[in-house]
Design a protein around this ligand. Structure first.
Ligand SMILES: Nc1ncnc2c1ncn2[C@@H]1O[C@H](COP(=O)(O)OP(=O)(O)OP(=O)(O)O)[C@@H](O)[C@H]1O
Length: 264
């Protein structure tokens, strides 16, 4: 079997029996799921249900206590991310993975220009030609609906919505195979949120992104995700196709979540 064929029937990310506690408190318990190439999985649940802890564990930002997190490397082999060398993990963080934080300040370098924020990840994958890097940065600014004429401006001079779009451009410029998003539209005004959601929706479909999206906003999950995983008290209590879970939730907690948040 060729490596392409192997890749087709393997998940991009496989999480098995993941557990993480803080002191004696279990934040995640026995979490298992597969993420398939081209799939957007939304992790939903109330505040404190363990969503962010899960996202941090699966993106190697936090060590888990138990379980396995395997990622399909570019050579077509699923590898446990905690068994990777430091260089391999750095490569994933800088190129193959993207991380969109709720607060763009956590994902941007505020003291360098917008262009340099985008360029940094290009340089990490070997980009050396200044003119080409600048051109690509301007092109990405355009793709996320930022004025390329502001390539030399620092992110601090941008609005919150613009900073979020810059953070997205910085992440996508290396064509990551997997993007982790933590409440990407949280903390923004409703109209800014709607515009950003539209942009995200068109980018994920154009680039056929695979992503794990943490959100407490079921409308965001409805718009962006193919599948939903509902968490309560650190456990996954329901998982299924987005429309199925939102239109016909099976677990009483999912029913409560859907009826309390989504207008009928
Ligand atoms: N650094 C920490 N130290 C101790 N307890 C923590 C820490 N981070 C999270 N917790 C606890 O772990 C549980 C899960 O928190 P987590 O932030 O993962 O949930 P969440 O669903 O992402 O919530 P939110 O939407 O508010 O971010 C909560 O009980 C929380 O108080």
């Amino acid at each position: 079997m060729s490596s392409t064929e192997e890749t087709l029937d393997q998940p991009l990310l496989r999480v098995t029996n993941l557990a993480k506690s803080y002191g004696g408190n279990a934040a995640c318990r026995d979490v298992s799921f597969d993420l398939w190439p081209g799939e957007i999985l939304a992790v939903v649940g109330e505040s404190g249900s363990g969503k962010t802890t899960l996202l941090k564990c699966i993106s190697a930002q936090l060590a888990c206590d138990d379980g396995r997190i395997e990622y399909l490397m570019r050579d077509g082999i699923l590898r446990d991310i905690h068994g990777l060398s430091e260089a391999e993990r750095r490569f994933l963080m800088r190129t193959d993975w993207g991380f969109v934080h709720q607060n763009p300040r956590d994902g941007l370098r505020m003291r360098v220009s917008a262009g340099a924020n985008i360029a940094e990840r290009m340089i990490a994958v070997g980009g050396r030609n200044y003119g080409k890097i600048r051109g690509t940065a301007e092109n990405w600014m355009d793709q996320v609906e930022l004025d390329p004429g502001r390539v030399d401006h620092q992110p601090g001079t941008f609005s919150g919505g613009m900073q979020q779009r810059l953070q997205i451009a910085r992440n996508l410029v290396t064509h990551p195979r997997l993007v982790f998003m933590d409440e990407p539209t949280g903390g923004l005004d409703v109209s800014v949120q709607a515009r950003l959601l539209d942009l995200l929706r068109s980018l994920v479909s154009k680039l056929q992104l695979s992503a794990v999206l943490v959100t407490h906003d079921l409308a965001v999950a409805r718009l962006l995700s193919h599948r939903i995983m509902v968490m309560q008290g650190g456990e996954v209590i329901e998982t299924g196709l987005t429309d199925q879970v939102l239109d016909d939730p099976q677990h009483p907690y999912s029913q409560m979540l859907v009826s309390s948040i989504l207008p009928v």
